[in-house]
Write a protein that binds this ligand. Structure first.
Ligand code: NOJ
Length: 566
């Protein structure tokens, strides 16, 4: 594989995302903590993953579970101390694991010192750390807010008779990147963590940081769709390049931006190496596939189609084929569980569909990101009472729906599939009380299926478990660099049941076939010529006949196979 240029650890690594609040409680307060992660490092290492991405662990009043930071250089008391953090980092380094932290700098908490000062007076030195609209100019042009009870991103503040901007909750005021002092604060805090030995950042809504400070009315071409408008700030690329110069470029670190509103056409402007901005980003084309057009939180009517799913991945693979690099994910803390969403979590199909999706992520080009619990097949909890929800997003939108006289029944029905809390339930370690996550009542309910085998303890010793398959598959990716860097060729483009593709490099060729349906499928392999097909892995060994040239490939429901072709 020496012909491959530009090999990087963050291209070859497999990422494991941890939502610290839900991973492991060691203090008996029902909330996960850093010591809990330390306790589980051997487990994490055993998965064959290389990089841990931690959701925010900084000091925060937790309006949005840590995405509202009140001190960027301190640890949230609920999670532990800086000493705990240092031990975590050391424990990871000893095991050869890299650490990626969350960087949340589109906004801070309203309890951050900067904002406390900023709101005091119009001439406070921190005034311009945030976006203010003086009331004498009238009502500011409409901006939509994700979590606001009125969906309004401007909040009036009487102290200085002005409105401040908050794309997210009222407790998450947007930072003003026009201000060079603010930008230097950000680079300095990034360097603070890099100097400690952190290996990179996942950057929260980084596509939103640049705003036209005149706040014009939103141009018509956006057709009322705020997200792409928010991502089209006039100085975005200038800021990212500056961030690279002042921070990222000085270290051997990885950067992955969360980039709602960024589409294929713009992709390389972020990650083309020559531009010195970011390494990777998360696009939202897949995440919006099962949503209503232009809607972030509402499920669409009718099912998504496999041809659409293939198209998203094929298009994004192509855009990074020569420059830049992609990121592959099916779930995270903002979306439902992957098998409940893209597979099928019914008893009959849970095993095959979970392992099929693992096979998919681990056989595509681009860095794969797994979310804690994906390795044992954790599923959506589907809360049907508003009282069970903890997420500000669901709670505030419920209020909004109520105030607008909308059907609350429809609202809950939607949240059962779409809510972020589906993915935030405690990690299922064993079948003891609260799944071994805590000894007291956890901050959010545990999924009852921890009593039905969806735990680490149940699966660890079982060679046929989802967990064991996951480990085999991570190893397989490591053993076959072609699965990381090789070309991707889509086969069977219009087949609505089976996703099939080749990964090739020089003479090496791998055929991946994934049945995304509840039905048996028989496919004629007429698009590729080969003499012999050697089976590398299958999630259904009872039905894994060798692939014979000129014959059919038969796949059971949700079966996944990878063959090496000769
Ligand atoms: C995206 C994060 O992933 C999400 O969890 C958070 O609520 C918003 N950004 C606001 O920070």
């Amino acid at each position: 594989m020496k012909e491959i240029l530009n090999r990087q650890w963050w291209k070859e690594g497999i990422v494991y995302q941890i939502y610290p609040r839900s991973f492991q409680d060691t203090t008996g307060n029902g909330v996960g903590d850093i010591k809990g992660i330390i306790q589980r490092l051997d487990y994490i290492k055993s998965l064959g993953v290389d990089i841990i991405w931690l959701n925010p662990i900084y000091q925060s009043p937790n309006d949005d579970n840590g995405y509202d930071i009140s001190d960027y250089r301190n640890i949230m008391a609920e999670f532990g101390t800086m000493e705990d953090f240092d031990s975590l980092l050391e424990g990871m380094k000893t095991r050869g694991l890299k650490l990626v932290m969350d960087l949340v700098v589109n906004h801070s908490s309203d309890e951050h010192y900067w904002f406390q000062e900023s709101r005091k007076s119009r001439d406070n030195p921190y005034r311009d750390y945030y976006h203010w609209w003086p009331a004498e100019k009238g009502t500011p042009p409409k901006r939509w807010s994700y979590f606001d009870v009125d969906a309004n991103a401007w909040k009036y503040d009487a102290t200085t008779d002005a409105y401040y901007l908050h794309y997210f909750s009222v407790k998450q005021p947007d930072l003003n990147w026009e201000n060079p002092k603010l930008r230097q604060e950000v680079y300095s805090l990034m360097n603070f963590w890099f100097e400690k030995g952190v290996d990179g950042f996942r950057m929260d809504v980084i596509s939103f940081i640049s705003k036209d400070p005149n706040f014009p009315e939103i141009p018509e071409k956006y057709n009322g769709n705020y997200v792409p408008f928010y991502a089209a700030g006039p100085r975005l690329h200038e800021f990212l390049h500056e961030m690279h110069t002042e921070s990222l470029g000085k270290y051997d670190v990885m950067s992955v931006g969360e980039a709602p509103g960024v589409f294929l056409e713009d992709a390389l402007n972020f990650v083309n190496e020559d531009r010195e901005e970011l390494n990777m980003f998360f696009h939202f084309d897949l995440m919006s596939l099962d949503r209503k057009e232009g809607e972030v939180f509402w499920m669409r009517d009718g099912n998504w189609k496999l041809s659409e799913f293939k198209k998203v991945h094929s298009n994004w693979d192509e855009v990074f084929a020569k420059k830049g690099w992609g990121s592959m994910f099916l779930s995270n803390h903002d979306f439902p569980r992957s098998n409940s969403r893209w597979g099928n979590d019914s008893a009959a199909h849970w095993y095959n569909s979970t392992t099929m999706l693992q096979t998919f992520l681990l056989s595509m080009r681009g860095t794969p990101y797994f979310y804690y619990g994906d390795e044992i097949g954790m599923t959506n909890i589907r809360f049907d009472k508003i009282e069970d929800y903890r997420d500000i997003n669901t709670i505030n939108r419920y209020e909004l729906a109520k105030n607008n006289g909308e059907s609350l029944e429809d609202f809950i029905a939607n949240e059962k599939e779409a809510s972020r809390d589906n993915a935030r339930t405690p990690m299922q370690w064993d079948s003891s009380n609260h799944a071994g996550f805590t000894e007291v009542t956890p901050w959010i309910k545990v999924n009852k299926n921890y009593q039905e085998g969806i735990t680490v303890a149940d699966q660890e010793g079982d060679k046929d478990s989802v967990l064991s398959y996951f480990k085999r598959m991570t190893q397989l990716r490591k053993d076959h660099l072609t699965l990381v860097y090789g070309d991707y060729t889509l086969l069977q483009e219009t087949n609505e049941q089976v996703y099939m593709y080749l990964r090739t490099w020089n003479k090496e060729r791998y055929l991946v076939a994934l049945n995304f349906s509840t039905k048996f499928s028989r496919i004629e392999i007429d698009e590729v010529s080969f003499e012999k097909g050697r089976l590398l892995i299958s999630n259904d060994m009872d039905n894994a006949e060798s692939l014979i040239p000129g014959t059919f490939l038969e796949l059971q429901p949700y079966q996944a196979v990878i063959y090496s072709l000769e």
